[in-house]
Design a protein around this ligand. Structure first.
Ligand SMILES: NC(=O)c1ccc[n+]([C@@H]2O[C@H](COP(=O)([O-])OP(=O)(O)OC[C@H]3O[C@@H](n4cnc5c(N)ncnc54)[C@H](O)[C@@H]3O)[C@@H](O)[C@H]2O)c1
Length: 330
């Protein structure tokens, strides 16, 4: 696969490293609004720094990975689809639900492969939990609990354009909830506070939130997020069912536990998503490549992006109105 990367920022660099490690995917071009950033990623890899127009016009490029700022995704998705490229696009599709739905319909109509980068579905622990659920290892799922905490809030400039904690951060948990619950969600109830930084409240957002999702069969899913965890990236899932329980754990660098007379010490969790999900990003790229090669659907597609955003929208509305929001209202 001859692949072009659009966006050479924080996540673009992670994807470039995954491409380096993949035996069948070659990075041929990089585009970024800042040409020096594109050049810095492209040159050491023997790739070209091109404009997005040049990428879409180049028939020898099979696929594009859209990792530029969220506000660019819809335009690039539509242009890449029209140019017949296979697409892997970062989440979210956009911050607006109606615009995302329209873009997803247009891209789907074009008929090519389009995967959405919900990386957690590719994490080995999360994928093993999903497989155990599907295998019936815990019987009927009754409650699903997500703990999802970032080590520290992002810069205020980023936060102001992020669309808020539900669209920016909890969107990953909404996607994982949909994937693991595997039945329709009927309602969303959100509560939120600003406990970490008053500047976040001034920007109209919350930094701490809990959401409860209820499915058609009455399964309850709670998601607890915070923009600050002093010990690192706190990412745990617990699935509880009629026959038992499944849990994923935080990752540490070596998993070494030291036990002495005073007690036992374990390493702190890995600091942030770049380390915690390093394997997931590689698996995500491989799933995209295998989908393209085999002509099958990717693990996460555009519709998943729309549906996760619908949950984020419902959570925002629930917080604003102070009541349960039913998905049929949206
Ligand atoms: N899946 C994940 O774990 C994950 C993690 C971080 C970010 N993201 C998503 O990835 C996207 C990028 O986030 P980031 O943290 O890398 O941001 P970033 O600001 O570090 O990088 C964005 C890059 O896009 C470039 N850019 C802006 N406008 C452009 C345009 N019109 N054409 C080409 N390039 C343009 C910028 O110059 C910058 O280099 C966002 O949509 C974000 O939500 C996903």
């Amino acid at each position: 696969m001859r692949l072009a990367l659009i966006g050479a920022g924080r996540i673009g660099k992670v994807h470039a490293a995954s491409i380096d490690a993949h035996p069948d995917v070659t990075l041929v071009a990089v585009a970024d609004a800042i040409s020096e950033a594109a050049e810095a990623l492209a040159a050491p890899r023997g790739a070209q720094a091109l404009s997005v127009d040049e990428i879409f016009d180049d028939a020898s490029i099979d696929a594009v990975l859209i990792a530029s700022s969220t506000s660019t995704h819809i335009d690039y998705l539509q242009r890449a689809a029209a140019a017949g490229k296979a697409i892997l696009c970062e989440k979210p599709i956009a911050l607006d639900l109606e615009a995302s739905k329209a873009a997803a319909e247009a891209v789907t109509h074009a008929g090519g492969l389009c995967a959405l980068a919900f990386n957690r579905r590719h994490d080995p622990q999360c994928a093993a939990l999903k497989a155990a659920l599907v295998d019936g290892r815990i019987g009927k799922l009754e409650t699903l609990t997500f703990t999802s905490r970032d080590p520290a809030p992002p810069p205020m400039d980023y936060l102001k354009g992020s669309g808020g904690i539900f669209r920016d951060m909890m969107i990953h948990d909404f996607d994982m909830a949909r994937w693991l619950l595997d039945e329709p969600i009927v309602s969303v109830h959100a509560s939120g506070s600003c406990l970490v930084d008053p500047a976040i409240a001034e920007a109209g957002d919350v930094d701490t939130a809990v959401v409860v999702l209820t499915t058609t069969s009455g399964c309850l899913c709670s998601i607890s997020v915070s923009r600050r965890a002093v010990f690192g990236h706190d990412q745990r899932i617990e699935a509880f069912g009629s026959l038992g329980m499944l849990q994923t754990q935080n990752e540490t660098d070596t998993r070494l536990k030291v036990v002495g007379e005073q007690g036992q010490v374990e390493e702190a969790p890995q600091w942030f998503f770049l380390e915690r999900y390093a394997k997931a990003y590689r698996q995500e790229l491989d799933d995209f490549y295998q989908s393209w090669r085999e002509g099958r659907a990717p693990r996460a597609g555009l519709n998943d992006g729309v549906e996760a955003l619908r949950l984020a929208e419902a959570a925002s509305r629930s917080l604003e109105l102070g009541r349960v929001v039913y998905l049929e209202e949206l």
